[in-house]
Design a protein around this ligand. Structure first.
Ligand SMILES: Cc1cc2nc3c(=O)[nH]c(=O)nc-3n(C[C@H](O)[C@H](O)[C@H](O)COP(=O)(O)O)c2cc1C
Length: 301
């Protein structure tokens, strides 16, 4: 009998496969394709203290091996999330992780307070969105800013705090260490890599915003390297993501040192992707003789 459960900061997940923030809005769209109770957890789209409009269209573009997006964290705010989306998700036997965003430290602290005493399992602090002009990635690319925002949110949070790191840095372990020192209970990585698409015929950028975040299989080698580096340097559980399409991809992240994984862009291609990753990972464990997730370890020699 295979036990796929994992524990992250005291929270038990039935399996290590979550949905990646922003690619699974409220879950309603995917619930038509598979039973969300199969998921280890749902990480919801970024939620801010008040509604955000997001960036103008076009804000997604297909590129080789993935996509670019400049959605800009459009969302209806914490009040609406608590009223409309959380009760729906709570009908399923899965963990609910709320991704939070803000332009300033005060806004991050405010949304954290709005979510106090709510029926959610964990918070994921997004300090790594490349698509907002203030806040977002600016926090996640500077260790002292990272420490300040993590400390403020950790103080206001009544749930374990995952800090989501940006790959748009020279040394990710420096930011991870700052987050760990300021009160993070876990880390998730990677968010999207800043990129650009240009239409040679119109001679214009494809995205209205100019730049956008690259995700999908194209980023997987970068994500694996960063998970590996972070796992070796910092003693916190890691949720790994970036281009996971199959159970084998998920296994690679666990081998790199992640305790759990998240599936994002794959869901746009195949709405059952996250469920397929769970089945694929279970097959991998059976074939390789693993009975538990922590047994999945890399061999070095
Ligand atoms: C359309 C879109 C929206 C996203 N929105 C968010 C978000 O709101 N908050 C966040 O932390 N990450 C967001 N992300 C990043 C993903 O959660 C994930 O970190 C990244 O896409 C890499 O995983 P993937 O290659 O499996 O998609 C978004 C990604 C996409 C493609």
């Amino acid at each position: 009998m295979i036990d796929m459960s994992v524990e992250i900061a005291g929270v038990r997940f039935k399996n290590p496969v979550l949905t990646a923030s922003g690619t699974f809005a409220s879950g309603r769209e995917y619930s038509e394709f598979f039973d969300l109770s199969r998921l280890g957890g749902v990480v919801v789209k970024g939620v801010s203290a008040r509604p955000w409009e997001g960036n103008p269209p076009p804000r997604v573009a297909e590129v080789y091996g993935g996509m670019l997006n400049s959605v800009g964290l459009q969302n209806g705010g914490a009040e609406r999330f608590l009223r409309d989306d959380l009760p729906f998700l709570r009908k399923f036997d899965t963990r609910v992780v709320v991704n939070i965003c803000g332009h300033t430290i005060e806004e991050y602290a405010e949304v954290t307070k709005q979510l106090q005493n709510s029926d959610i399992d964990m918070l994921e602090l997004n300090i790594s969105c490349p698509n907002v002009s203030e806040g977002g990635m600016a926090f996640g690319t500077d260790p002292s800013m990272t420490a300040r925002v993590v400390e403020a949110v950790a103080k206001a949070a009544d749930k374990p705090l995952i800090v989501k790191l940006s790959p748009n840095v020279t040394d990710i372990t420096e930011i991870a260490r700052a987050a760990a020192g300021a009160g993070a209970s876990a880390l998730s990585l990677i968010n999207t890599l800043l990129g650009m698409a240009i239409d040679a015929k119109t001679r214009r950028p494809v995205l209205a915003n100019g730049y956008g975040g690259l995700s999908g299989p194209a980023v997987k080698p970068v994500a694996l390297r960063m998970v590996h580096q972070t796992a070796r340097a910092i003693d916190l559980p890691i949720i790994g993501m970036g281009g996971i399409m199959t159970g084998l991809d998920a296994a690679e992240f666990l081998l790199a040192g992640a305790r759990a994984v998240a599936v994002g862009t794959a869901g746009f291609n195949n709405p059952t992707a996250a469920a397929d990753v769970i089945s694929g990972l279970e097959n991998y464990m059976e074939e390789s003789g693993f009975k538990t997730i922590p047994e999945i370890k890399m061999i070095y020699n």
